[in-house]
Design a protein around this ligand. Structure first.
Ligand SMILES: Cc1cc2nc3c(=O)[nH]c(=O)nc-3n(C[C@H](O)[C@H](O)[C@H](O)COP(=O)(O)OP(=O)(O)OC[C@H]3O[C@@H](n4cnc5c(N)ncnc54)[C@H](O)[C@@H]3O)c2cc1C
Length: 560
C-alpha cells in the first residue's frame, strides 16, 4: 500500500460559521495533553497544530451574509441569519458577547400597531386578539380562549394545542428542561405511538385545531415551516423560540462580522484559509506512521492529505459530493443523511429614498401578510443598526418568507445562476451609486455581497406591489436598489433544516458527528443539530466534535 505524509492535521471543509469556529477553537489555546490533536502536533518543535480551512466560494460566512447597498452605505442588511436569542443560546451569546466582545443591540419584532394584512383585510396587530376582527372561522373554544387572552395573536393557538396535548409542558418552558420533557412525554397512547419524535407536528395539530385556527396560526406566526410536518419534538422546541416572550439580539456590525472576526483570529494563530476550493470527494489515505488519514480531492484537480477531515456543511452540500469512499458510500450514512429536510428561505431587501410606510403608522419591527412576501421588517438605519429613520430618509424594508412562497419569487428570476454560490448576474439597475467603494476590507466585502445578490426588475416590481397593498396605499415611490437570496439554491438546498418524523434527533446528533467509527471524518453544522435553524446549532455540533471526538476542553467563556 502506498504511504504518504499528511500536509495538514485537520482539514476543515466549509467556511460557514461552524467551520471557521472549529478552526479558531482548534488553534485558540493549549491543546489538552491527552487529546488527539496534541498527539498530532507532538513531534514538531513549535508543537503547533496545522489546520486548513477550505471553502468553495470566494467568502467565509456561508449562511451568515451581511451586505450594504452603495445607496445606504452605513446600514447593514442581513440577507442570511440575523439574530440570536440571549441568554438562552449560551454558545453564541458567549462567543459574541464574551469571547469576541462584539457590540450588539436588541431587535424589535412584534410591535403593537404594526400591520397584519390577512385574506385581503388590513388589520393591526392589536386586532389579532379579537376573534370578531379576524378573517378566520375559529371554533367556539378557540374564540373564547383568544378573547380571554386579549392581545395574543392566533399564532398562540399552536401553543394552546401543544399544552392540551402535553399538559406538563408549561412548567418546562421557562427553564432549560424543555427538550428533556419532550423526549419523555407520552402522547397519543391510543394509537400506540406515544413518543413525540415519531410524529409530524402538523399531523398532531390537525387533530387539536380547527382548519381555520390552524390557517390563522400559521399565517400570523410568520413562518409557514413552524406549522409544518417536521418532527414534532424538535418543532415544538423551535415553536417556543418564536413566542412574544423571547427577546432577540443583533450584532451591530452585521452577523457576518462574527465569522469575519473568527477568520482573522484563526489566521493570526497560524491557520490557513483556502477559498475557491470546492471539495468533490475524499478517500482513505495510509500514512507512513501506520495511521489512517484522508485524501481530499477538489474540483480544480488539487488534492490535500489530512490526518482528519471536518465536514462543516449542510445536507445538500454533502449530497453534492461524489458518493464514494468510506463515509459517502456507506449505506447507513446515506440513510441518515435523509433524517433532516432543508427548508427553503428567501429574503429580499428593497431600498427606498423615503420611508413611505411610516404614513401607515409603522416604523420598526415587522408586519405580516399571507401574501408571498409574508414578513415585512422595517429595517433600522446607521452603522449600529439602531436608528429609526426619519420619514424623509432613505431606508430598507426586508421581505422574509419560506417554503412554497420561495417558489413564487424564484419564478420571477429567470436569469441563469451559478450552482455553487447562488449568485445572480446583476440585471437590476438602480440609480448610480452614491458612495465610494469602502477602503476597509470588511466594508468592501459587504458591498460585494450586496452586488452579488442583485434582484430582477420583475421581482422588485411584484414585491413593491405587495408592499403597497399590505400597507393600504395606491401610490408609493419606486424602490431604488434591491438585493436578495433564495437559500434553496445549491450548495445549501435550504436556509435551515428540520428533523423529519420518526428520527430521534438526540441520538442521531451524536452519530452524525462521526458517521463511521474508526475513520477520522467528522461532521458539524446547523443541519444535524438539536438547535436547528440557529447558529447555536452550528456551534453545538462543532463543540461535540471538538470536545467529545477530539478531546478539547470547554472554553471559559462558555460558562454561564
Ligand atoms: C435566511 C436565513 C435566516 C436565518 N436566520 C437566522 C437567525 O436569525 N439566527 C440564527 O442563529 N440563524 C439563522 N439562520 C441559520 C444560520 O444562518 C445557520 O444556522 C448557520 O449560518 C449555518 O452555519 P453552518 O456552518 O452550519 O453552514 P453554512 O453556513 O451553510 O456553511 C457551509 C459552507 O460550506 C461551503 N461548502 C459547501 N459545499 C462545499 C464543498 N463541496 N467544498 C467547499 N465548500 C463547500 C458553503 O459554500 C458554505 O460556505 C438563518 C439562515 C438563513 C438562510
Amino acid at each position: 500500500m502506498e504511504c504518504d505524509e499528511p500536509d495538514v492535521d485537520v482539514a476543515i471543509v466549509g467556511g460557514g460559521i461552524s467551520g471557521v469556529y472549529s478552526g479558531w477553537r482548534l488553534l485558540g489555546g493549549p491543546l489538552p495533553a491527552a487529546s488527539l490533536p496534541a498527539s498530532w502536533a507532538e513531534g514538531r518543535c513549535d508543537r503547533k497544530l496545522k489546520v486548513a480551512l477550505f471553502e468553495g466560494s470566494d467568502r467565509i460566512g456561508g449562511r451568515l451574509l451581511s451586505a450594504r447597498s452603495p445607496h445606504l452605505p452605513e446600514t447593514t442588511a442581513e440577507i442570511g441569519g440575523m439574530r440570536y436569542v440571549a441568554p438562552a443560546q449560551r454558545l453564541v451569546t458567549g462567543l459574541i458577547e464574551k469571547a469576541l466582545n462584539l457590540s450588539w443591540h436588541d431587535q424589535a419584532v412584534d410591535v403593537p400597531g404594526n400591520i397584519a394584512f390577512l385574506r385581503g383585510r388590513l388589520l393591526r396587530t392589536s386586532d389579532l386578539g379579537r376573534p370578531a376582527a379576524l378573517p378566520y372561522a375559529l371554533d367556539a373554544s378557540e374564540q373564547a380562549w383568544l378573547a380571554a387572552r386579549g392581545g395574543q395573536s392566533p399564532a398562540a393557538l399552536i401553543g394552546r394545542a401543544l399544552q392540551q396535548l402535553m399538559p406538563g409542558i408549561a412548567e418546562h418552558l421557562a427553564g432549560s428542561t424543555l427538550r428533556e420533557y419532550l423526549a419523555t412525554v407520552a402522547i397519543d397512547r391510543a394509537t400506540g405511538v406515544p413518543d413525540l419524535w415519531h410524529h409530524g407536528l402538523w399531523n398532531l395539530l390537525a387533530k387539536m385545531m380547527s382548519p381555520d385556527g390552524y390557517a390563522g396560526a400559521r399565517a400570523t406566526i410568520g413562518y409557514d415551516c413552524l406549522g409544518g410536518n417536521y418532527n414534532a419534538l424538535d418543532l415544538t422546541a423551535e415553536y417556543f423560540n418564536f413566542t412574544p416572550e423571547v427577546s432577540y439580539r443583533m450584532v451591530d456590525a452585521g452577523y457576518e462580522s462574527v465569522p469575519w472576526s473568527l477568520r482573522t483570529a484563526f489566521e493570526a494563530a497560524g491557520g490557513e484559509t483556502v477559498l475557491d476550493h470546492w471539495l468533490t470527494g475524499f478517500e482513505r489515505a495510509a500514512f507512513a506512521d501506520g495511521s489512517t488519514g484522508v485524501r481530499l480531492v477538489f474540483r480544480n484537480g488539487r488534492t490535500r492529505l489530512a490526518r482528519a477531515l471536518l465536514l462543516a456543511m449542510p445536507r445538500r452540500s454533502l449530497e453534492l459530493l461524489r458518493p464514494e469512499g468510506p463515509v459517502l458510500a456507506d449505506p447507513a450514512f446515506r440513510r441518515d443523511l435523509l433524517s433532516v429536510s432543508a427548508v427553503p428561505l428567501f429574503k429580499l431587501f428593497l431600498l427606498y429614498r423615503e420611508c413611505w410606510w411610516q404614513e401607515a403608522g409603522v416604523s420598526k419591527g415587522r408586519s405580516l401578510t399571507d401574501m408571498p412576501l409574508r414578513q415585512c421588517y422595517y429595517w433600522l438605519n446607521g452603522s449600529d443598526g439602531r436608528t429609526v429613520p426619519h420619514p424623509n430618509d432613505p431606508a430598507l424594508v426586508m421581505a422574509y418568507d419560506d417554503l412554497l412562497n420561495v417558489t413564487f419569487w424564484s419564478g420571477l428570476d429567470t436569469r441563469r445562476h451559478t450552482a455553487e454560490t447562488g449568485a445572480v448576474r446583476p440585471l437590476f439597475v438602480g440609480v448610480p451609486a452614491t458612495a465610494e467603494v469602502p477602503d476597509d476590507p470588511f466594508g468592501k466585502r459587504l458591498r460585494q455581497n450586496w452586488e452579488a445578490h442583485s434582484a430582477t426588475r420583475t421581482m422588485v416590481a411584484e414585491m413593491h406591489r405587495q408592499l403597497k397593498m399590505m400597507h393600504g396605499v395606491d401610490q408609493a415611490p419606486e424602490p431604488v436598489d434591491a438585493a436578495y437570496m433564495d437559500w434553496s439554491r445549491d450548495p445549501y438546498g435550504g436556509g435551515v433544516h428540520f428533523w423529519n418524523p420518526n428520527y430521534e434527533s438526540a441520538r442521531l446528533v451524536r452519530r452524525m458527528t462521526q458517521p463511521v467509527d474508526d475513520f477520522p471524518c467528522y461532521l458539524c453544522g446547523e443541519a444535524y443539530s438539536t438547535n436547528q435553524t440557529w447558529v447555536e446549532g452550528a456551534l453545538q455540533t462543532a463543540e461535540i466534535v471538538l470536545q467529545d471526538r477530539l478531546g478539547l476542553h470547554r472554553a471559559e467563556w462558555q460558562d454561564g
